[in-house]
Design a protein around this ligand. Structure first.
Ligand SMILES: [Zn+2]
Length: 271
């Protein structure tokens, strides 16, 4: 067993080989591209994509803290996201009356069908993990900054609250691109810093800032700190570029350079 300082509780303890993105998500991705067993993972930080069973792990947390992450966030998420057998959150949203619809995006008040606190906790746990992760030369740490990093840590330990952070969970309305995952990135957007990652069928975006655009601030004031919307991922510019994977899925060998403006922008970690 590896003994070290747990990054969350900061106690000297036996450490677990923690995942940056949930281990169960890798399982969902296996075999979902025709003719290919291993999942495709996008790493906007390095501008690469890789098809591999290798999972990004690090000795980061003690068992108690890892269990806390699982109990407070990941377990609930595992009941909602896209799997080979179905996509519970999408199915539930289809039964709800939308609260707003603009162009191709539909917004829902999802309080009655999903535990939004768990989704928020899960998102915070991933963004915080990316912040404290040792990136071996590649830097994602620093995107949150010291103040939010400490605020998030305290929240994850259930000792404090988070202010000025708003979560947008987007649900893919078309299963074609459900099988993609991506590591957290950050960029300036909507008057704050927008942090983003993908797990099967879901995109998590966390907008952090004291002076986010007024319209968005008003929406969050009415709806609470978590918004759920649904649209076809395929129709966003980012996914149009990533469709390379759908078209040549079986041909991906090793590392593949992704050359899109969106991803390059995503690599620029801003403070
Ligand atoms: Zn710990």
């Amino acid at each position: 067993m590896v003994i070290g300082l747990c990054k969350l509780c900061r106690e000297q303890r036996g450490l677990i080989d923690s995942h940056l993105l949930p281990k169960s998500a890798y399982k969902q991705l296996r075999g979902r591209i025709a003719g290919r067993q291993s999942p495709v993972i996008l790493n906007p930080l390095t501008g690469t994509a890789f098809s591999s069973d290798a999972q990004v792990t690090q000795f980061l947390l003690c068992k108690e803290c890892e269990d806390l992450f699982s109990k407070k966030g990941e377990r609930q998420l595992g009941k909602l996201w896209s799997t080979e057998r179905g996509f519970a959150l999408r199915d539930s949203l289809h039964k709800l009356k939308p609260i707003a619809s603009k162009r191709h995006v539909t917004a829902y008040n999802a309080n009655e069908i999903a535990d939004l606190d768990s989704l928020f906790y899960f998102a915070i746990s991933v963004f915080w993990r990316a912040e404290v992760w040792g990136w071996e030369g590649r830097s994602n740490g620093g995107a949150l900054g010291a103040k939010y990093s400490e605020m998030f840590r305290s929240f994850l330990l259930q000792k404090g609250e988070i202010t000025d952070a708003y979560l947008i969970v987007s649900v893919n309305s078309n299963s074609r691109y459900d099988y993609i995952m991506s590591f957290p990135t950050a960029r300036k957007e909507y008057g704050g810093v927008l942090h983003m990652f993908l797990v099967p069928g879901l995109r998590f975006e966390l907008l952090i800032g004291k002076a986010i655009h007024r319209t968005l601030a008003e929406v969050f004031k009415m709806q609470g700190r978590v918004l759920i919307n649904m649209f076809e991922f395929e129709k966003t510019p980012m996914f149009a570029q990533w469709s390379i994977f759908a078209n040549c899925g079986a041909d991906i060998k090793g590392k593949l350079k992704i050359q899109t403006a969106e991803i390059r922008a995503g690599r620029e970690v801003v403070k």
